[in-house]
Design a protein around this ligand. Structure first.
Ligand code: ADP
Ligand code: MG
Length: 346
């Protein structure tokens, strides 16, 4: 067998997901002038002359990102496309193309793969993107789906993680915490079923949060809204790992401090009831639950009038000189936020 000349055995958990990416990519050299933005944002940006091309890729692994005991295959196909498109919208771009790579074991019949592709095609229709290629291979165990999304970004409208300015407002689309609570319901009902296969899962009444988990949507509409309102976010990221983690990314990349008010974080009323049932704090869930795929962005204060009446958008805080991310609690305490998002590497 080939031996690595590197004999140290550092556990991956020592670095965490983001530490690992940094560690492995510091030696990356950019050779093309056209590479306008490389590793470190939601998508890379390639200079095409009159516009940027945005490229992003994401992998979904069975047992890590999804559990087929409650994830219908059609939904899995749909979700795997949507989570990738979300990264293109997070650059303020329009997604246009995807490739789909799939590793599958022989425990899946052709019909199962047809179901996945039904979901993929549905997402392509809904988001107006073309499936233009991919790869198919076998896997010894689970199912793996890797999707690359390509989009178009107007140069003067590109929204990176860096760019938030002093006094900018921090805005979030939609509401947070739903996808995580949907997952809690699914996990609970799975356990009930495993303990007693005669029991039928009780999923009634939780439609909203289950849909947030099983059939999320990406905020193409918000990018269109920016266009209509003539708003260009100074920075933007999509919320895949949880609000805390994404706020810290914006703060780090922008070299600014972000401050958000606990009582401004948008949470759907149904989430309060379900959090009570699970004995979870709604703020913690909104901050650290992942997979909401909402957009988090900053705008100059002068643009406030343009967005303030929109029910899809909530101003949750402000940017100022400094570092890190703070939560201003309901009783006006200031708490430094730490990223506790979904860390699949732990
Ligand atoms: P997102 O949550 O928006 O999908 P990630 O946190 O997965 O972004 O990735 C952060 C950045 O690191 C992105 O620019 C991504 O392309 C890059 N990245 C992640 N993994 C690797 C890798 N193995 N090699 C090179 N770049 C990577
Ligand atoms: Mg992202």
């Amino acid at each position: 067998m080939f031996e690595s000349k590197n004999t140290q055995r550092t556990p991956i958990s020592d670095l965490g997901e983001f530490g690992l990416i940094n560690h492995l990519t510091t030696a990356t050299k950019i050779k093309h002038d056209k590479t306008a933005l490389g590793i470190g944002d939601d998508a890379a940006l390639i200079d095409m002359g009159d516009h940027f091309q945005a490229i992003s890729t994401d992998m979904l692994v069975e047992g890590v990102h999804f559990d087929l005991s409650y994830m219908p295959l059609k939904h899995l196909g749909y979700k795997s496309v949507v989570v990738n498109l979300s990264d293109i919208y997070a650059m303020n771009g329009v997604a246009e193309h995807i490739t789909v790579s799939i590793a599958v074991s022989n425990r899946f019949p052709v019909e199962a793969l047809e179901d996945i592709y039904e979901g993929i095609h549905l997402a392509c229709e809904r988001y107006n993107v073309d499936l233009v290629g991919g790869d198919t291979t076998s896997s010894r165990s689970g199912l793996v789906l890797s999707i690359t999304a390509v989009g178009r970004v107007e140069k003067e409208k590109a929204a990176k993680r860096a760019g938030a300015g002093d006094n900018d407002l921090i805005v979030v689309s939609g509401d947070l915490g739903g996808a995580y609570m949907g997952l809690q319901i699914l996990e609970r009902e799975k356990q009930v079923y495993l303990d007693n296969p005669e029991m039928q899962p009780e999923l009634g009444g939780h439609e909203y949060i289950l849909e947030r988990q099983l059939k999320p949507e990406a905020r193409k509409d918000i990018v269109e809204l920016f266009q209509a309102l003539k708003v260009v976010p100074t920075s933007m990221i999509d919320i895949s790992d949880g609000l805390s983690s994404e706020l810290l990314h914006l703060a780090d990349a922008s070299k600014m401090q972000v401050n958000v008010y606990e009582n401004k974080i948008p949470i759907d009323p149904s989430i309060y009831t379900i959090c009570e049932e699970f004995n979870l704090n709604t703020t913690t869930v909104a901050l650290n639950g992942g997979e909401d795929y909402e957009l988090l962005f900053t705008i100059p204060i002068v643009d406030h009038d343009k967005i303030k009446a929109n029910p899809n958008l909530t101003v949750i805080g402000y940017v100022k000189e400094g570092t890190g991310a703070n939560l201003i609690t309901r009783d006006e305490k200031v708490i430094a936020l730490k990223a506790q998002g979904f860390n699949h590497m732990e």
